[in-house]
Design a protein around this ligand. Structure first.
Ligand code: NDP
Length: 341
């Protein structure tokens, strides 16, 4: 089994040279009550939060499973889809497709925790880490449960051409909101407006004063801000928000690598305008999975939602795929197809 590890804790933006490949021989324990299974990894989800596990964090930040540290040399657990090739676990049989915790490797060995059987329902496996998987549920739960939208409200989404962001915008448009997204290139802006139906989109890298930019796109103010980036964009969004505005704090990627400025929103505005800023983790909304799946498959089948994914091939491409997230290389859900089947 070939797998990937970090050489040392990562400080700042990740580089491909921070990672190395290792090999090991896999074998199941003879003891049939071990519950061990071996999964052939098929599609690995490439996610920004992993950087928070790879860097040194303060004790107070080590509170969630998402932030639990990865040590140098250790197997990197990640979300993805795989196929069971051997099982001592009554929950799984050889040949089952599974979704959940696999690893950055050709194979994963586990006891089946945070792993469920998957019925691909005829969709490509990559959809089950993207639009029909955790990325989709993050967008769905964050928008409908955290933001509590009303039809006609004005919604702003950052990293809008990313995995979660593009889906938030599409849910919001289908729900009947006015939606503006920001992204880091002209190509992404075009996609948002021409393919995904955003009302407006802009390239934040070309703007010099984000307060003025947001006032230009939202002359009547923002009702909902779905934040994927934190930093200066969060500050500008807060200053443009309406009374009783809501911010869903999904991610703060500009602050993950310590390269960006930490957001210092104007808290007087938050107080005067009774703004709600709510952080959330998708893991706390798994109960919404059935309703999310129903609506999303319905939207897919009726052409109301489009799939935006960015798939690369082979385990060797995992480090570059991951590092590229922090440069904005990806268009839509980034994943790596490690093996065909
Ligand atoms: P994306 O597919 O959106 O990829 C990351 C994108 O972020 C890049 O493509 C880039 O787009 C943008 N970006 C990178 N660096 C910066 C920066 N310094 N400033 C502004 N934008 C930047 O990733 P995901 O959709 O998977 O995740 C989006 C966010 O949601 C992340 O913060 C992630 O950690 C979070 N998340 C949270 C979950 C939760 O449960 N709360 C679950 C899943 C994700 P661009 O070209 O626009 O710069």
């Amino acid at each position: 089994n070939k797998y990937i590890v970090i050489k040392a804790k990562i400080d700042g933006k990740p580089q491909e040279s921070d990672f190395e490949f290792k090999t090991e021989t896999l074998s199941l324990p003879i003891n049939p009550v071990s519950n061990d299974i071996i999964v052939k990894n098929l599609c690995i989800s490439i996610d920004p939060y992993q950087i928070n596990r790879m860097k040194t964090v303060s004790a107070s930040q080590e509170t969630s499973e998402f932030a639990a540290g990865i040590s140098p040399g250790e197997v990197i657990v990640a979300f993805g889809v795989g196929k069971v090739v051997a099982s001592h676990n009554p929950k799984f049989e050889k040949g089952d497709y599974v979704v959940g915790h696999i690893s950055w490797g050709e194979y994963s060995i586990s006891q089946g925790f945070i792993l469920n059987k998957l019925d691909p329902m005829g969709f490509p496996l990559s959809y089950h880490v993207g639009i029909l998987g955790l990325a989709g549920l993050t967008a769905y739960a964050g928008f409908f449960e955290v933001c509590k939208p009303k039809k006609g409200e004005k919604v702003f989404v950052s990293a809008a051409c990313g995995s979660v962001g593009n889906l938030v915008g599409q849910y919001a448009k289908n729900f009947g909101c006015y939606v503006v997204g920001c992204a880091g290139s002209a190509k992404k802006v075009k996609l948002l407006k021409e393919k995904l139906g955003f009302d407006e989109a802009f390239n934040y890298k070309e703007e010099t004063d984000l307060n003025l930019t947001l006032k230009r796109y939202f002359p009547d103010g923002i009702d909902i801000y779905f934040d994927n980036v934190g930093g200066e964009m969060l500050e500008a969004a807060i200053s443009t928000m309406n009374l009783h505005g809501r911010v869903a704090l999904c991610g703060i990627i500009s602050e993950y690598t310590n390269a960006g400025k930490r957001a210092a929103p104007d808290m007087l505005s938050v107080m005067y305008k009774s703004i709600t800023i709510q952080g959330f983790l998708v893991g706390n909304y798994l109960h919404l999975f059935p309703e999310f799946l129903k609506l999303t498959i319905d939207h897919l089948r009726t052409g109301k939602m489009h799939v935006l994914e960015d798939v690369s091939f082979g385990l060797e491409s995992v480090p570059s795929a991951f590092v590229g997230l922090f440069r904005g290389d990806n268009v839509g859900k980034r994943c790596v197809q490690v093996s065909q089947d």
